[in-house]
Ligand binder design. Structure first.
Ligand code: SF4
Length: 380
């Protein structure tokens, strides 16, 4: 079953909505999210609805082919309010609508409201099932919460869903990783999409201050290969460095980023890319509420992206996908020859190449100087 319609690339328009609320901040997290403002949730959703209207009036919007509600923890917000927000967005028939959720806050009422609102895809942040590893990550949930969340997702019959894991916490062993994957597949044998992110140390996080907790990159590389083999054996193939899916279950919204299609970013700290300009909204939730209430868009940054810069960005993003980049765009030298393979005129990263994608990226050619890229991770 194809979980959503595949729109032609030229037709695609995405909407990303940022929900900046969490119950507790995880030790590795650098996302814009707040634990101290649960009382602002309703006002925040109202402001997002208003921003959707303001963007429409400004001619920045088109009917959405995909919507992604991420965070933060969208499952902390009342599902009926998220349904109102989704209602405010004009969408195409067959649009993919994803909502991120955390196991401990996902409830039946939330799922019911989302299912009624036409949500097609839930993305659940499991990270690990091993208590010691969760403690290392500063994550609050436990195995029982994951089990219950996966049961709810099945009960409400969403078209598809994703499980996120994070690997490489300092105490994690390969047996721990196997325990996590075995546990996920025993609870959810038909799982059709999994995202696995290497734990990274982000400046300003509690993790960054404790060097003894830093992940070991060589061990992480071994874990990546283990995950890839494990998922391949279960019919999930990699389609981007951190993403594996069964046929027809790739996340259309993420693919839209990699294809360079436009998207509107709604909410505090959200990014968007419209008509050749990348923008960012204010990261202050209070300023976001005030500026939006005053009937203005809260843009704090507008960068016009030139065609050469854009082409290079897209090459970099596509290099990370299983579609690869055209032969003419990659300069192959002896030291990276085993990191890519050539297939129908496209260079595609080998498994080893996926571990060293940044090395390969430095050989990308697009008429401009190459630049220093950082690891891509979750969607914005
Ligand atoms: S990792 Fe996710 S759940 Fe944890 S603080 Fe960050 S946004 Fe919230």
């Amino acid at each position: 079953m194809n979980p959503s319609r595949v729109f032609p690339v030229a037709d695609q328009f995405g909407v990303y909505i940022h929900i900046p609320f969490c119950a507790k901040r995880c030790d590795y997290c650098a996302f814009t999210t707040f634990t101290e403002y649960p009382h602002l949730q309703k006002a925040y959703i109202d402001a997002c609805i208003k921003e959707v209207g303001l963007a429409d009036e400004a001619g920045m919007s088109s009917p959405a082919t995909s919507i992604y509600i991420g965070g933060g923890t969208p499952s902390l917000v009342d599902g009926r309010d998220l349904a109102l927000l989704l209602n405010a967005v004009t969408k195409r028939d067959g649009a993919e609508i994803t909502v991120e959720a955390n196991p401990e806050s996902l409830t039946g009422d939330f799922c019911a409201a989302l299912a009624d609102a036409g949500v097609t895809r839930i993305s659940i942040g499991v990270q690990s099932l091993v208590p010691r590893v969760l403690k290392d990550l500063g994550r609050p949930h436990y195995r029982g919460a994951v089990e219950k969340a996966l049961e709810l997702i099945a009960k409400y019959n969403f078209l598809t869903h994703n499980v996120d894991i994070i690997y490489g916490a300092v105490s994690e062993t390969q047996d721990d990783l196997r325990e996590t994957l075995d546990g996920i597949f025993s609870m959810d044998p038909g799982l059709s999409h999994l995202s696995a992110y290497a734990l990274t140390v982000e400046p300003g996080t509690p993790l960054a201050q404790e060097t003894f907790r830093y992940p070991d990159e060589d061990r992480q590389a071994g874990f990546y290969e283990f995950i890839d083999d494990y998922l391949s054996d279960r019919g999930l193939k990699w389609y981007e460095i951190s993403n594996w899916a069964k046929p027809g279950h790739a996340c259309r919204h993420n693919e839209l980023y990699w294809q360079g299609s436009p998207y509107l970013g709604i909410g505090c700290a959200a990014h968007g890319y419209i008509k050749g300009t990348r923008y960012k909204n204010t990261s202050s939730i209070k300023r976001y509420l005030k500026i939006t209430a005053d009937g203005e868009l809260s843009r704090v940054q507008n960068d016009i992206i030139g065609p050469e810069e854009r082409e290079l960005e897209l090459l970099y993003l596509r290099l990370r996908t299983a579609s690869g980049v055209p032969e003419k765009n990659l300069r192959i030298t002896e030291d990276i020859a085993d990191l890519v393979s050539l297939d129908s005129g496209q260079y595609i990263l080998t498994k080893r190449g996926r571990l060293l994608a940044n090395e390969v990226a430095h050989r990308l050619l697009a008429g401009t100087e190459t630049q220093n890229f950082t690891h891509a991770s979750k969607s914005p």
